[in-house]
Structures are given as structure tokens and as C-alpha cells.
Design a protein around this ligand. Structure first.
Ligand SMILES: [Zn+2]
Length: 154
């Protein structure tokens, strides 16, 4: 089998950050740029990429097996790598949310539903891992189709 040698080299420094974001291909370059250029993570973070991203940490009642898996992966990475900081990113026009029943959220507005889930995840994480630094973001795009990232607070 032929071997392909890349210019990338193995990161040997310990990671301190876990990032959870959606699989949607339209945002991958934007997520990468935001994490590495704007947050200066220099590719030194663990990454969980799955449909709906951080929503997997809020599915306890609706899809308990998905929630179980999300928390299992989260706990594994945080414990195995002694991570200190968690970054959760939701994004505009997320296809995963189009499949979710509306009764799960207090609003039918897509962005409000996603921000509600980020706050639910924040509340759950405050009990489960209060020592973790948590950052919440929402990605979208502007009129020129440039990716934009808003900080989600509250
Ligand atoms: Zn998505």
C-alpha cells in the first residue's frame, strides 16, 4: 500500500481545549479559521464533530442514547487529556435542527432554539464540570457569504 507523507507533523504538546461543532461542510473552513487564527489555538485542540454539534449534550429526554454517547465522548476526552476549556459552536441553517420537533424548545425561531440548547448545555456543564472554562458561539454568514461568529452570552 503506498504511503502518503504530509507536510503536517505530529503535535506533541498537550491539548487543553475541546471543541464541539457540527459536521456541516459549509462551515468547516470558517470554524478552522476562527479556532486557529482568531482564538489562536494553533491546531492544538481535541475536536468532536457531529450533526447538531453541542446539541448532543442536551438530548437527555428526546434521544437518550444520543445524549449518553455525547456525554460519554465528552467525559472521555476531558478526563483522558485533562482538558480545561470547552468551546461549543452552533451555526445558522443547521439541518439537524430541521429534524427536531418544535416542542423541545420554547421558541420556533431556529437561532433561538440553538441558543437555548447552548444555555442548557452550560447549565448541565456547570453541575457536571464547574472547573471547565466554557465558551459559546454562533456561526452564520453575512451578505457577502463570509462566515461570522457571534459570542453567545447569558
Ligand atoms: Zn449543523
Amino acid at each position: 500500500m503506498p504511503t502518503t507523507q504530509l507536510s503536517s507533523t505530529l503535535h506533541s504538546a498537550d491539548a487543553e481545549v475541546l471543541v464541539i461543532h457540527c459536521s456541516d461542510h459549509r462551515f468547516q473552513a470558517g470554524f478552522y479559521e476562527f479556532l486557529n487564527r482568531h482564538l489562536s489555538l494553533e491546531e492544538n485542540y481535541d475536536l468532536l464533530v457531529l450533526p447538531g454539534g453541542p446539541q448532543c449534550l442536551t438530548l437527555v429526554e428526546y434521544m437518550p442514547k444520543f445524549s449518553w454517547a455525547g456525554w460519554k465522548w465528552f467525559r472521555f476526552l476531558v478526563d483522558a487529556h485533562d482538558l480545561k476549556r470547552l468551546i461549543l459552536i452552533q451555526h445558522q441553517d443547521c439541518g439537524w435542527y430541521k429534524e427536531l420537533p418544535f416542542h423541545l424548545h420554547s421558541s420556533t425561531d431556529p437561532r433561538k432554539r440553538q441558543e437555548e440548547d447552548l444555555r442548557r448545555a452550560r447549565a448541565a456543564l456547570a453541575k457536571e464540570r464547574p472547573e471547565l472554562m466554557l465558551e459559546l458561539y454562533y456561526a452564520g454568514w453575512d451578505a457577502g457569504q463570509h462566515i461570522t461568529i457571534d459570542t453567545v452570552s447569558g
